[in-house]
Ligand binder design. Structure first.
Ligand code: SAH
Length: 215
């Protein structure tokens, strides 16, 4: 796939739209959106709409998150260069690349083999080197934990204890919680080994986080 001036122009327009949202204040997010060609992550049929604020099917019944949702979750993560991040739900790999572009060391898990393989190729073609795992995000990555930050990009029924355990003290987890059609975005701060602070940050729509059904 090509990244043309037309695509770059459309990216600028999307960024202008994201800037209208007062919740997104981290300049590095806009820079990352400028660098990553979102149309590479979509089926050909959707390429023309790649830079509108929409979610699209990416295969296996899953969707790429809305740009504003990616921007908002990234804002909440407060990425610092070198942060060790666990992402649950690689999906298309777009969010993964945004985090890599911002200098994070990303470990991402996806439970659909088809998507894991597709994302691997695109991310590799873009020269990013996150570690991509095929498996169940509920298990996290115990051998690599603890993480500075954890981002979950599918709607979880509650906050998985394994992921809480795999967060560093002082670490942050951004996770949409809820089993219905809408989820509440939560920011969890691990204050000590056993204490967590929770904050609710609005309503979003995610595909569900499905347990132990690796395909
Ligand atoms: N950030 C991605 C979001 C994709 S949608 C993007 O913008 O493209 C969420 C993804 O979470 C889907 O691909 C889905 O297959 C995956 N998922 C759902 N439950 C999971 C689990 N238990 N472990 C890992 N991935 C999971």
């Amino acid at each position: 796939m090509q990244d043309s001036f037309k695509h770059k122009g459309m990216r600028r327009q999307l960024i202008a739209q994201l800037r209208q949202d007062s919740r997104i204040t981290n300049e590095a997010i806009f820079e990352a959106f400028d660098k990553i060609p979102r149309h590479f992550f979509l089926d050909l049929a959707f390429v023309e709409q790649a830079y509108t604020n929409m979610a699209f099917q990416i295969g296996a019944g899953q969707t790429i998150s809305h740009p504003i949702t990616v921007a908002f979750q990234t804002q909440l993560l407060d990425i610092q260069r070198g942060d060790k991040i666990l992402e649950i739900g690689t999906g298309s790999g777009f969010q993964t690349c945004i985090l890599c572009q911002m200098g994070a060391k990303v470990f991402s898990i996806e439970r659909q083999r088809e998507l894991h393989l597709k994302a691997k190729k695109i991310i590799h073609d873009l020269n990013f080197t996150p570690r991509l795992s095929f498996g169940d995000g509920y298990l996290g990555l115990p051998l690599i934990a603890p993480f500075d930050k954890i981002i979950v990009t599918c709607g979880a029924p509650d906050i998985p204890q394994t992921l809480k355990d795999q967060l560093k003290t002082g670490g942050v987890m951004i996770i949409p919680i809820g089993e219905g059609s809408e989820q509440i975005m939560k920011r969890i701060v691990k204050v000590s080994e056993t204490e967590f602070q929770e904050e609710e940050l609005g309503t979003f729509k995610f595909v569900p986080m499905l347990e132990r059904k690796v395909k």
